[in-house]
Write a protein of this length. Structure first.
Length: 327
């Protein structure tokens, strides 16, 4: 199959692109490289430098060859930043995705796997979160993704676009593929595990804990973590399932959560190094607990994570982190 991967120069998109290539599919990556590097693009993939908001370029690309579908990862992902600049997130995540959908409809590209987020649930009423839970984002990042899900629902009903919306968060770990290793590193970095590993390597003074008064076992936020290769496997299963199904919505996670302090302790075990912390007030828009139930995708598509253990996830990230940054 021939698949367009938007945001395929990034951490998750690039990992999924590698997985597609390993299965023998043809991959075209569409990315403006605003938060990625050209040298991270899988060597076997074709690269098109373009912005998601450029509907004309997308229609030109879809007109050049026949695509079997799209894997859509291109987006801004920082919840904290989204609460400072909501307009930027609605422009880049929501409006730009509409340009992609319009181009797909115009050129009759009829299959999409959408990288959504468990942030669409906001502060959940029960845990772990199931797909039928109330959708009530507490930050504009989650809202920008939920608006896309609303668009997909109507476009599916009216135009017949087959789509899968995969809701996940806190992707971590590293993976070795046929094109080399790939791990998590953002610029600027805001994700917990790579920040902790920076401290272990001496690249940062400490790790900041935002909020110590949440209603959790130790007062810090609880999050679910999923290995990036397990996430990639789920995307490929969903893409294949869309051959016969019109609409899929799945959560992806390990089904159990870890507090920020527990993640730090895991990193101390894995690295064998001291990791200093700095306690700061809560950030706006951070729910206390976000843990996803993956029972639905397990039952319907047979997806089971290969890396459910947090120490294993952090261990793979630590090996890659040392290789890239020294130590």
């Amino acid at each position: 199959m021939r698949v367009l991967v938007t945001g395929g120069a990034g951490y998750i998109g690039g990992t999924v692109a590698d997985a597609l290539l390993d299965e023998g599919h043809e991959v075209i990556i569409y990315d403006n490289l605003c938060h990625a590097r050209r040298d991270l693009i899988p060597e076997r993939a074709e690269f098109v430098d373009g912005d998601l908001a450029d509907r004309g370029k997308l229609e030109w690309l879809f007109g050049q060859r026949v695509f079997d579908g799209v894997m859509h990862f291109a987006a801004l992902i920082e919840a904290g930043e989204s609460m400072k600049h909501p307009e930027v997130y609605f422009r880049n995540n929501t409006a730009a995705t509409l340009s992609l959908l319009e181009a797909m409809i115009a050129k009759k590209v009829n299959r999409l796997v959408f990288s959504s987020t468990a942030a669409v649930y906001g502060e959940p009423e029960s845990s772990p979160i199931r797909e039928d839970a109330k959708l009530q984002p507490t930050n504009t990042y989650g809202e920008s993704k939920l608006l896309v899900e609303h668009m997909l629902k109507w476009i599916n009903e009216i135009h017949g676009l087959r789509y899968a919306s995969l809701r996940y968060f806190n992707v971590a770990g590293a993976v070795v593929t046929a094109t080399g290793s790939r791990g998590e590193a953002h610029e600027p970095e805001s994700h917990l595990i790579p920040l902790i590993l920076d401290v272990a390597l001496g690249l940062r003074k400490n790790i900041k804990i935002f909020g110590q008064d949440y209603p959790t076992s130790d007062g810090t936020c609880v999050r679910d973590y999923i290995h990036v290769s397990d996430l990639a496997k789920a995307h490929l299963l969903a893409f294949k399932a869309l051959e016969s199904r019109g609409k899929l919505i799945y959560n992806l996670g390990n089904g159990r959560g870890f507090t920020v302090r527990e993640v730090i302790e895991s990193a101390r075990r894995v690295t064998g190094r001291p990791i200093e912390v700095e306690e700061l007030p809560r950030r706006p828009g951070d729910p206390a607990v976000l843990v996803a139930s993956s029972e639905k995708i397990a039952a319907e598509l047979g997806w089971v994570p290969d890396y459910p253990n947090l120490d294993d996830i952090i261990g793979s990230a630590w090996a890659w982190h040392q290789q890239r940054f020294g130590g």
